[in-house]
Design a binder for this molecule. Sequence first.
Ligand SMILES: Cc1cc2nc3c(=O)[nH]c(=O)nc-3n(C[C@H](O)[C@H](O)[C@H](O)COP(=O)(O)OP(=O)(O)OC[C@H]3O[C@@H](n4cnc5c(N)ncnc54)[C@H](O)[C@@H]3O)c2cc1C
Length: 294
Amino acid sequence: MNNLDGIIILRNHIQISVSRLLIDRDLNLNALNAYMRNGEGPMSSLAGVSAVGFITSALSKDPKWPDIGYFMSDSGVHKSLADDFTRILGLKQGVLQKYYGPHVGSDANFVLVMLGKPKSFGELKLASRSPWEKPLIDPKYYDHPDDMKTMMHAVKFIVNLYEQTETYRKLGAKLASNPFPGCENVEFKSDAYFECYIRHLTMTIYHPSGTCAMGRRWNDTGAVVDSQLRVLKTRGLRVADTSVLRVITNANLNPPAILVGEKAAFMVRRHWALQFVENISTARESPNLSNVHN
Ligand SMILES: Cc1cc2nc3c(=O)[nH]c(=O)nc-3n(C[C@H](O)[C@H](O)[C@H](O)COP(=O)(O)OP(=O)(O)OC[C@H]3O[C@@H](n4cnc5c(N)ncnc54)[C@H](O)[C@@H]3O)c2cc1C
C-alpha cells in the first residue's frame, strides 16, 4: 500500500467515442474492386480500426509528447450497434438506441479519443481486511479541470478533421446532427454541448497503473517497490507489471507491460546468476569445496 492513509493512487487513461461521423456510402462495388485487386480500401481495415494517431494539445507543456490519442474505426450504423455498445460499455438502456436510431443503415466512422496524459488520478482502497472483498475504486475522472479542457480540444480537433479537411469533405463526412440524449438543452457543438457529451460518454480504456509505484524507501511514502521491482520491507516478492509506473505513459499500456516484464525477468536471472558466480568463487577460495566445482 503506497500511502499512509491506506489509499492507493490509481492512474488510468480515459476515452470517449466521438460517435457517428457520418460519411457517404463507401462500401460499394468500387471498394470491393479495390480490395480484390490490390487489397486496399475500406474493406482492408483490420478489426475495425483503420488508423491510429497522436497529437499534442495546446494545453500540453511539452510539444514533443502528444497528450491525445485517436483510434479511428470505420463501422456502419447497423441495427444491433446501439444494443452491442450499450452492453459492452455498460450504459443505460435506451440512450444509444435513441441517439443512433435515425441513422441505422448509414456508413459512419467512430473515433475513440484517448486522454493520454491525464492530470487527474483515482483512488483505490481496501474495503476491509478480507482478501475476498472487492476493493473500493474511485477513478476521479476530470478531477483536474485541465483534463476536460484537453478532452474538449481533442473532440473539436477530430470534428474539424472530418468536417473541414478536403479528404473527408469529399466523403461527405459530418457529425450526425441529432444531439446526444441529455444534452438537448445546450447549443449543439458549443463548448457546453461537448462537455455534456464527454461527461456522458467517458469510460476507462483499461490501462490501470501506478498502484505499486517505484520509489525510495527512506524519503518516499508513496513508494511500494524499489528500482529492482522488489516490494519494500518484504523479502522474496517483486511486482512486474505497469502498476510500478509512477507516471502513466501517453499511449497504450501493453508495450510498457512487456518492457517491465522483460526487465524483471532479466533482473531475476541476473540475481541468481550472481549467486551462482559467488558460490563458485567461494568454493575456489575454500580448498575443501574447490574439488567439487572443478
Ligand atoms: C479490453 C482491453 C483492451 C485493451 N487494448 C489494448 C490495446 O489495444 N493496446 C495495448 O497496448 N493495451 C491494451 N490493453 C491493455 C493491455 O491488455 C494490458 O496493459 C496488458 O495486458 C497488461 O499485461 P500484464 O501481463 O501486466 O497483465 P495481464 O495481461 O492481465 O496478465 C495477467 C495474467 O495473470 C493471470 N493471473 C491472474 N491471477 C493469477 C493467479 N492468481 N495465478 C496465476 N495466474 C494469474 C491472468 O489470467 C493473466 O493471464 C487492453 C486491455 C483491455 C482490458
